[in-house]
Design a protein. Sequence first.
Length: 292
Amino acid sequence: MPTARAGDKILTALFWFTALAIAGILVAIVGYIVWRGLGAGMINDFKRYFARYGQVIYENPSPGNKEGGISTTIIGTLYLTAVALLMAVPLGVGAAIYLEEYSRKASRFAALVNLTMETLAGIPSIIFGLFGFVLFVVFLQLGWSILSGGLTLALMVLPTITRIAQEAVRSVPAEYRENSLALGAGRWQTIRRVVLPSAWPGIVTGIILSVGRAVGETAAVILTAGSSLNMPGSLSDPVRSMSVHLYILAMEGLSLEKAFGTALLVVVLIIIINFLANLSLRQLTKSIRQDG
């Protein structure tokens, strides 16, 4: 008995150490980015930095300004992410519903789709970028554009959304479906009014993870969306995302200070998106409970 208790204490201590180590790594990375992005915490340098960094905040950068402004990269990132989600979310959630609610579990087609999703999830992003360049930029003649980059990102995040949505739909108790069908509801009505509201938290989690990957992607975007610093006017215009801007600033030695500033803004953008998504999820859950 004492040996068992000692083993429990050791495992508990090990779990606490692992959790604290992971949290410490996250805090160290984010803290270093914040420290470097804010100019080592000096308010005056911070103000001067953003005065320089935002010099073209509301206008296109000049041809000789390779560093550019930050506004166009923020807009470009939002456009690319929006196009990717508009394409991937309906397809991913729809595929998850079909695989879990309509197809037979042992069917060859379902097994093929699941295998395809697992394979796509393991493909490196540079391969997606090369495929998107050949298909969208060259073959379909969309050129380096928001549409090409967004469609490529949609292919990248589709497996994540589909797999997580599958798990969310699968986690809904079978009794919910049986009770709904017993009350006379049809299959689609049961899915729409019972299954999807219960599975929304998991589905939103998959969407949030996909947003994080889309915002932070570099290789696939630079091959399909280009790296233009001009403010985009339509989906057919090339654009530079924040991650690509960070890469160019750091690797070409243009400005390491602005590279850390861009990294800080990427982190802040992801935090804001996650906060808004969770806030929307809570409001949606609250409204569903009130309707119920």
